[in-house]
Ligand binder design. Structure first.
Ligand code: AMP
Ligand code: ZN
Length: 135
């Protein structure tokens, strides 16, 4: 399979690597939204969150937390967004799971957002019966 993030994650294509272990690589994004914008890539291919094994899913948030702490200390950012897109409609352009870490600075022009809607009682009831998991 011709997946650029598989090649980067596994070291076949060089990248600006901030962290590597046997399962993950963290790299700098080539088109950063802000200074320090990084991507967490699993080495084993998963197209998106749905395909990501549970073990990787739990590790990825711990890595994000460690990297976020390092960014805050080293870059002095004022906040940070974690972004993870699944599917073209959601803005995914590279179909190998990745999590964005986007450091935020006072006055930056980064846009990660949506227009807030209003949850109606009817929709709330529909969603409560459709979406509950576990238990
Ligand atoms: P997404 O839109 O969530 O799929 O994000 C893909 C991200 O990958 C974008 O922010 C790109 O700038 C970044 N990207 C694409 N190719 C490379 C590459 N070769 N090295 C580093 N980042 C890349
Ligand atoms: Zn891949």
């Amino acid at each position: 399979m011709d997946c650029i993030f598989c090649k980067i994650a596994n070291g076949e294509i060089p990248s600006a690597t901030l962290y590597e272990d046997e399962d993950f690589r963290i790299i700098l994004d080539v088109n950063p939204a802000s200074k320090g914008h990084a991507l967490i890539l699993p080495k084993k291919h998963a197209s998106n969150l749905y395909e990501l094994p549970d073990e990787s899913a739990s590790k990825v948030l711990i890595l994000a937390k460690n990297m976020a702490e390092k960014m805050t200390e080293a870059l002095n950012c004022d906040g940070l967004n974690l972004v993870q897109n699944n599917g073209e409609i959601a803005g995914q352009t590279v179909f190998h799971f990745h999590m964005h870490l986007i450091p935020r600075y006072e006055g930056d022009r980064v846009k990660v957002g949506w227009k807030p809607g209003k949850l109606s009682d009817k929709t709330k009831e529909e969603l409560l019966s459709a979406l509950k998991i576990g238990g």
